[in-house]
Each structure stands twice: as structure tokens, then as C-alpha cells.
Design a binder for this molecule. Structure first.
Ligand SMILES: Cc1cc2nc3c(=O)[nH]c(=O)nc-3n(C[C@H](O)[C@H](O)[C@H](O)COP(=O)(O)O)c2cc1C
Length: 178
């Protein structure tokens, strides 16, 4: 056992230790967006995005139970996942700041996906979905979405897109080997 753990002799551990160890798994960074009942855009930074199934095409993500953004967009029955580029770290933090869900789209350029959910300009990829199922799992929901349309069509000034990565609480880019 590592001497850096806060594991107790009975095998239990605290939330900080759980977070620290999970932070060693690198993720991409997405902003999941949608519209509320008045048609206003909402979005939040989500790292728990995953591809689930190819046939039928399904993806998922896990918003915290009580999330203001999820509560705002859930009733629309749709959402769009935006994969951020390494030029969009400002959006990662902006869409993660709690208590700001009404103003996150101020000064953000976007256009509507087929469901109406926002596609953020210059995102590496977008995946537009309808909600298939929502499962409650501990303190998070698992939102399963059916993919209606998707693309990786943004222009990055003629350069290949570089995704934003999150590891141990910090952001970075990606460099292919060879
Ligand atoms: C890189 C990164 C990844 C995140 N991933 C998730 C996630 O998967 N699920 C989640 O509920 N919150 C995640 N968050 C935190 C939310 O973005 C943050 O709590 C936000 O305020 C939620 O929006 P809300 O306040 O409108 O509910 C992440 C934050 C960052 C910086």
C-alpha cells in the first residue's frame, strides 16, 4: 500500500483520497449543452463523457444530482456534447464555475445543432443527442443519449485540431508520438 493514501485499517478512505486517485485518470474535456423551456442556452463542463454503443449509436455522461444545468435542460429531452480544443481552456473553467449557469453563454459564439442544442464554435467535435434514459447512480445521474448527428467539422485555422486534456486537476494539450 502506498504511504500517500489516507486509507484506514478497515479499508475505508475519505472523499479527498477518492478524488486524488481518480484525478490520475486523464480525460478529455467537454461542454454539454442544451436549451431550457424558454429556449435559452445552458451548458456545463463534463469530463465523464463516454461512447457507449455503436449500434444503436449511444453515448453517456454523469451530471451531479442537483446540477442546475441538468435541471434546466433535462425537460428538453436533448443535449449536445462539445469536445473542447486546447484553445478553449477558458471555456472549460467558465462552464465549470458554480452559480453562473445563467451567464455562461455571454460572449460565447455558438450555433444550433439539429436538436437546437448549442454547438460551440471551434469545438473539436460535437455529438447531438436525444435522451434515451436517465439512471440514478449514487450522487450522480448517468444520462444515456441516442446520437442523432455528429461531426468534427470546425476549422482550426487550417491546422489539425488538438483536444484539451484534464489530468490531476490541470489542463494540457496532446502531442502524438511519431
Ligand atoms: C475538467 C472538468 C470536468 C468535470 N466533469 C464533471 C462531470 O463529469 N460531472 C459533473 O457533474 N461535474 C463535472 N465538473 C464540474 C462541473 O462543471 C461544475 O460543477 C459545474 O458548476 C456544474 O454546472 P451546474 O453548476 O450548472 O450544475 C467538471 C469540471 C471540470 C473542470
Amino acid at each position: 500500500m502506498s504511504d500517500q493514501t489516507s486509507e484506514q485499517s478497515d479499508g475505508s478512505f475519505d472523499a479527498g483520497h477518492f478524488r486524488t486517485v481518480m484525478g490520475h485518470f486523464p480525460t478529455g474535456v467537454t461542454v454539454v449543452t442544451g436549451l431550457d423551456a424558454d429556449g435559452a442556452p445552458h451548458g456545463f463542463t463534463i469530463g465523464s463523457f463516454t461512447s457507449v454503443s455503436l449500434d444503436p449509436p449511444m453515448v453517456g455522461f454523469l451530471p451531479q444530482i442537483g446540477s442546475a444545468t441538468w435541471e434546466a435542460i433535462a425537460a428538453s429531452g436533448s443535449f449536445c456534447v462539445n469536445v473542447l480544443s486546447d484553445q478553449q481552456s477558458d471555456l472549460c473553467w467558465k462552464f465549470a464555475k458554480s452559480g453562473t449557469d445563467e451567464t455562461r453563454f455571454d460572449d460565447v459564439d455558438w450555433h444550433g445543432a439539429p436538436t437546437g442544442s448549442p454547438i460551440l464554435d471551434r469545438a473539436v467535435a460535437w455529438i447531438d443527442c436525444t435522451v434515451e434514459e436517465v439512471y440514478d447512480m449514487g450522487d450522480h445521474h448517468f444520462v444515456l443519449g441516442r446520437v442523432g448527428s455528429l461531426d468534427a467539422d470546425a476549422d482550426h485555422d487550417g491546422n489539425p485540431p488538438v483536444p484539451l486534456l484534464f489530468f490531476k486537476g490541470a489542463l494540457g494539450g496532446f502531442a502524438a508520438e511519431g
